[in-house]
Design a protein around this ligand. Structure first.
Ligand code: HEC
Length: 253
C-alpha cells in the first residue's frame, strides 16, 4: 500500500520533470518534405555543410541510392576525394581538434533526429527550430548563439544563406516574483541579408531536416512493407490452423 502510494507520487512527477527539463524556446513544427527531390537536396546540404565537423558513422554513402541517386551521381557530387562510395560518412576532423577549436565535440548525427524527440516536439521539430534560430552574439567565442541551445559551441554554418540576424531581448517584470525582471526574447532583427529569402531558407532547412529524419531510419519504408506481409501471412496461417484443428476434431465427435 505504502509502495503504491509512493509509486503514484513518483509517476505524477514524471511529466512535470520532463517538461521542466525541456521548457525552453518553443519548437516550430517542421514542414513535411519527404519526396525524393527534397531528400536529395537535404543530402546535398548535409554533405556540404555538416560533414566538415560531424560524422554520420551509421550511414554509408551508397545507401543514398534509396533516395533515388545513382552511384555516379553520388560519386560525382557528394563524395570528397578521400571517400569511397561504399564507405561510411565519417568526418575529417579529429575529436581532439574539435574540442580545442569549439570547446565541444560535434556529436555524430546518424540518429540525431530520433534522439531529439521530446514532449515539446518531434526530433524533426527540434532540428528545424535549432537550425533556424542562430543569431549574432559577439560575447560568444564563435560569434554566434542559438535560441534552442543557449551558448551553443556550434557556429551558424549557413549564415551566408540565411543572412545575419540579431536577437532582441526586453527586460520585463517577472509575473511570478515582484521586483524581479526577466530577459525576454521579443524577436529577430535582420542585420545583413542572406543569399536566400526567408522562405527559401526555411524550405532548404526543411529538406535538410527531412534528410536527417530519413537517415535516422533509412529502413523504415522497407520495415513498414515487411510488416504488412508478415501480418497477411499470419492471418492466412491462422486460418489454415483453424481448418486443420476442425478436421482433426471431426473424428472425435
Ligand atoms: C564548424 C563545425 C560544425 C559544423 C560545420 C556543423 N556543426 Fe553541428 N555542432 C558543432 C559543435 C561543436 C557542436 C556541439 C555544440 C555544443 O555542445 O554546444 C554541434 C552540435 C550540433 C547538434 C546538437 C545540438 C544540441 O542539441 O546540443 C546538432 C543537431 C547539429 N550540430 C547539427 C548540425 C547540422 C545539421 C549541421 C549542418 C548544417 C552542422 N551541425 C554543422 C559543430 C559544427
Amino acid at each position: 500500500m505504502k509502495f503504491a502510494k509512493k509509486l503514484i507520487a513518483v509517476l505524477a512527477l514524471v511529466p512535470g520533470l520532463a517538461f521542466a527539463a525541456e521548457g525552453g524556446f518553443p519548437l516550430e513544427p517542421a514542414p513535411e518534405r519527404s519526396d525524393l527531390a527534397s531528400l536529395q537536396n537535404g543530402a546535398k546540404l548535409f554533405v556540404n555543410h555538416c560533414l566538415n565537423c560531424h560524422s554520420a558513422s551509421a550511414m554509408r554513402y551508397n545507401r543514398l541510392r534509396d533516395i533515388g541517386l545513382t552511384e555516379e551521381q553520388i560519386k560525382n557530387n557528394l563524395l570528397f576525394s578521400q571517400d569511397k562510395v561504399g564507405g561510411m560518412m565519417t568526418t575529417a576532423m579529429r575529436p581532439d581538434d574539435a574540442k580545442t577549436w569549439f570547446g565541444a565535440v560535434p556529436p555524430d548525427l546518424s540518429v540525431m533526429a530520433r534522439a531529439k524527440a521530446s514532449p515539446s516536439g518531434t526530433g524533426a521539430d527540434y532540428l528545424y527550430t535549432y537550425l533556424r534560430t542562430f543569431y549574432k552574439d559577439d560575447a560568444r567565442p564563435t560569434g554566434w548563439n542559438n535560441m534552442v541551445v543557449p551558448n551553443v559551441a556550434m557556429p551558424h554554418v549557413m549564415w551566408q544563406e540565411q543572412g545575419v540576424r540579431q536577437a532582441k531581448f526586453q527586460d520585463v517584470p517577472d509575473p511570478h516574483e515582484a521586483g524581479k525582471t526577466l530577459h525576454k526574447f521579443v524577436g529577430f532583427e535582420a542585420v545583413q541579408p542572406g543569399t536566400m529569402t526567408q522562405q527559401e531558407f526555411d524550405t532548404a532547412t526543411a529538406d535538410l531536416v527531412a534528410y536527417l529524419v530519413w537517415m535516422a531510419e533509412p529502413a523504415q519504408d522497407t520495415r513498414k512493407k515487411l510488416g504488412v506481409i508478415v501480418l497477411l501471412f499470419m492471418t492466412g496461417f491462422a486460418f489454415l490452423a483453424w481448418l486443420l484443428n476442425k478436421s482433426y476434431w471431426k473424428e472425435v465427435k
